[in-house]
Write a protein that binds this ligand. Structure first.
Ligand SMILES: [Zn+2]
Length: 269
């Protein structure tokens, strides 16, 4: 991984003819207590000095942040959350994560786990959703075990004995009752997970990223799945796709060097 990063940076700098600052969008985060990776669903990174290793390979300071934070930085600066005071960004991909922006800045704290929405339990779970699937983090029933792409596949397989990817399930839903039911269960769980966020921080907009965010039904049907759980009269929730598509997180990683947005809350060597 580190050799590939060094190669890519070298290639880009030769093309640009200049030395650049480097920001890295990663799963998990760098622990403030140990300087080692924590919470990465690419579990081979956990408890490794990834930040220090990248810096040593590139011979310069590097800033690293969770991929959901990078998506949030990109979209709040000049994307779907531009000009909105508070935004919650969600990654629905091989894993599941979140990031809260307030006043243009990432909300994170001493434990570097701000926005770790993927590892809280599914709220308002039904008896058929308890205790929930085992999670790699050691607990069970985490939102990631219901909402990530592999989780949708496993849920579909439990219900139908069919092994399909999330993209295949989405493609079949128009003409296959089993696939449609799996997407409906996924939508209901995503709606409850986001309703919990709205009841805590009531963001002005929620931006969806990651591979599953390309499923168009989410933008049509998600508000109705969230609103019954919101503790307010006639609630409205804005759900938007990322303006910068699948490249948004990478743009956000470059913005880690924008001190006004990230600055002291980042890991810096
Ligand atoms: Zn978990």
């Amino acid at each position: 991984v580190i050799a590939t990063i060094a190669e890519l940076v070298g290639e880009l700098e030769r093309t640009a003819g200049a030395t650049a600052s480097v920001g890295v969008s990663m799963p998990g985060s760098i622990s403030a207590a140990t300087g080692l990776v924590q919470n990465a669903n690419s579990t081979m990174l956990n408890d490794r000095p990834f930040g220090r290793d990248v810096e040593a390979a590139l011979g310069r300071p590097v800033r690293l942040a969770n991929d959901a934070h990078c998506l949030a930085l990109s979209e709040s600066a000049d994307g779907s959350g531009a000009g909105v005071e508070s935004m919650f960004a969600v990654i629905l991909g091989t894993g599941c994560g979140g990031s809260l922006i307030f006043g243009g800045r990432i909300v994170d704290g001493p434990n570097r786990c701000g926005g770790e929405w993927g590892h809280v339990p599914l709220p308002w779970a039904g008896s058929d959703e308890m205790p929930g699937p085992d999670c790699w983090c050691g607990r069970h029933g985490c939102l990631e075990t219901w909402l990530a792409g592999p989780a949708l596949s496993r849920d579909h397989a439990r219900a139908t004995q069919e092994e399909l990817s999330a993209a295949q399930i989405a493609a079949r839903a128009a003409h296959d009752d089993g696939a449609r039911a799996s997407l409906d269960r996924h939508l209901s769980r995503l709606g409850r997970g986001l309703a919990m966020v709205v009841n805590l921080v009531d963001p002005g907009v929620i931006v969806l990223g990651g591979g599953l965010s390309n499923m168009p039904h989410l933008y049509e049907r998600l508000p109705a799945a969230i609103e019954p759980f919101i503790f307010a009269a006639r609630p409205t929730v804005r759900i938007l796709p990322p303006s910068h598509g699948d490249a948004s997180g990478v743009r956000g990683a470059a913005r880690l060097w924008d001190d006004a947005r990230w600055g002291s809350s980042s890991w810096q060597g």
